[in-house]
Design a protein around this ligand. Structure first.
Ligand code: PRT
Length: 102
C-alpha cells in the first residue's frame, strides 16, 4: 500500500462529494449522471452492484490482488452512488461501522 497523505485519507469524502455534485448538476458525459438518469432507474445501479460483486469474487478466487483492488474500487464507487440515491451518505456508513466497534 502507498500513502500520499491527506489526498488518500480524504478520497472517500471527495468521491462522495463529487457524486453528490453530479446528482444535482447532471453534467453530460459523466458516468455518474448516466447512473442517476438511466431509464431503468435505481435498478440499473443495483444491476451494476451485482456485476461488480461477481467480478470481485472472480478476482478473489483467482488470487489476483491487483484485479481485486480494482474491482473493490468499482464496487465501492457504485455503493456510494446507491447511498446517494437513497439520501444516505458516507458519514452514515462511518457511523454504522463505528457503532460496531469494541
Ligand atoms: N470511481 C469512479 C468509478 N469507478 C468505476 N467507474 C465506472 O464504472 C464503470 C464500470 O462498469 P463496467 O466495468 O461494466 O464498464 P462499462 O462497460 O463502461 O459500464 P456500462 O457502461 O456497461 O455500465 C466504468 O465505466 C467505470 O468508468 C467509475 N466512474 C467514476 N468514478 C469516480 O467518479 C468521478 C466522477 O466521474 P464522472 O461522473 O464520470 O464525471 C470520477 O472522477 C471518479 O473519481
Amino acid at each position: 500500500m502507498t500513502n500520499n497523505g491527506d489526498t488518500q485519507q480524504e478520497v472517500l469524502d471527495e468521491l462522495f462529494a463529487t457524486i453528490e455534485s453530479r446528482k444535482s448538476e447532471l453534467p453530460e458525459g459523466s458516468y455518474t449522471t448516466k447512473l442517476f438518469t438511466h431509464e431503468k432507474g435505481e435498478n440499473y445501479v443495483l444491476e451494476k452492484l451485482g456485476e461488480e460483486t461477481t467480478e470481485l469474487i472472480l478476482a478473489a478466487k483467482d488470487d489476483d490482488r491487483e484485479e481485486l483492488q480494482y474491482e473493490a474500487a468499482d464496487l465501492l464507487y457504485h455503493l456510494l452512488v446507491l447511498l446517494s440515491m437513497k439520501d444516505l451518505d458516507v458519514d452514515d456508513l462511518r457511523e454504522e461501522l463505528a457503532s460496531r466497534f469494541g
